[in-house]
Design a protein around this ligand. Structure first.
Ligand SMILES: [Zn+2]
Length: 291
């Protein structure tokens, strides 16, 4: 992808700070609410809770390398392009967009949803409206899950998390959360809601790519394929095959490789946020998740 000239001020780079990057006290006392984790599962509270103890192994303080600084600039650029595109899309709908914050960290850091750990993968915390990313995730994406990783894979993953922020602003996350808390959904219904939420974030990532392309002309040959490769790599079927050796569709929380690819591309080809009602289409409830 072609780098644009835009940079965002909403980036907090906590790498190289040592001591777990500003981690205070292990986070056990903090209020745990559902953050949206990119690929570990819809509800990471178990991960967040278990991360309270034995956590915060101090990372040594270090100077950021040239490569680190380049990554910072790249993430700042992607953040800026998300802000611009979503600002425009919201304005077209007569809505007001509120920018998200992005935190880069190493190993562990404090988040509004408890202790963030690199093993969780990138996630969005609705409480503090912040995306947390440890870039080592992308090595895992390549080495463990076989994605063709490049700059646009990072762009897709960030756009997916930004999609969760959009869902938050539109009130969709709140609705999903209260249905989950109601105690009236079965385990498999909860999982289906999670899949619809995640596939909608993939769809919104596609909408973002389309909008940004029309303004910036930033896509180069192979970029969409990189996004698709990342989307396929983090499909539940692929992850289950890699981690447990078998596939159980009922336990899907993010959708299959084919679905993730399909919804990202649907967002990209339509470029219309109204075409992404995954809740109606996958769960069949017309009133859920409407924009
Ligand atoms: Zn997600």
């Amino acid at each position: 992808m072609r780098w644009t000239g835009d940079r965002s001020g909403n980036l907090d780079d906590r790498r190289g700070m040592g001591g777990g990057g500003g981690l205070i006290g292990g986070g056990l006392g903090s209020l745990i609410i559902a953050a949206i984790v990119f690929f570990l599962g819809g509800d990471p509270s178990a991960v967040l809770q278990s991360s309270g103890q034995g956590m915060g192994a101090p990372t040594s303080q270090r100077e950021l390398s040239q490569e680190d600084l380049k990554v910072r600039e790249f993430v700042s650029m992607l953040t800026a392009e998300n802000e611009q595109s979503w600002n425009e899309i919201f304005k077209e709908k007569g809505l007001q967009y509120r920018p998200v914050k992005v935190v880069l960290f190493e190993q562990a850091t404090q988040s509004g949803c408890g202790t963030a750990q690199s093993a969780m993968g990138p996630f969005y915390c609705p409480t503090d409206e912040t995306i947390y990313m440890d870039m080592s995730f992308f090595n895992e994406l390549r080495n463990r899950f076989g994605a063709d990783v490049g700059e646009f894979s990072v762009a897709y993953v960030m756009a997916h998390e930004m999609g969760h922020h959009v869902q938050n602003l539109l009130g969709i996350l709140d609705k999903v959360h209260s249905r989950r808390q109601s105690g009236q959904l079965s385990e498999s219904q909860i999982n289906a809601e999670s899949v619809a939420t995640e596939l909608q974030a993939d769809f919104l990532a596609g909408v973002w790519a389309k909008k940004t392309e029309s303004r910036e002309k930033f896509l180069e040959p192979g970029d969409l394929e990189q996004a698709i490769s990342a989307a396929e790599a983090v499909g539940d079927d692929n992850i289950q095959r890699q981690t447990s050796g078998y596939v159980n569709q009922e336990s899907f929380t993010h959708g299959s490789s084919a679905q993730r690819k399909e919804w990202f591309m649907r967002g990209y080809t339509t470029g219309d946020i109204n075409a992404g009602d995954t809740f109606s289409e996958l769960i069949g409830n017309q009133r859920r998740g409407r924009f």
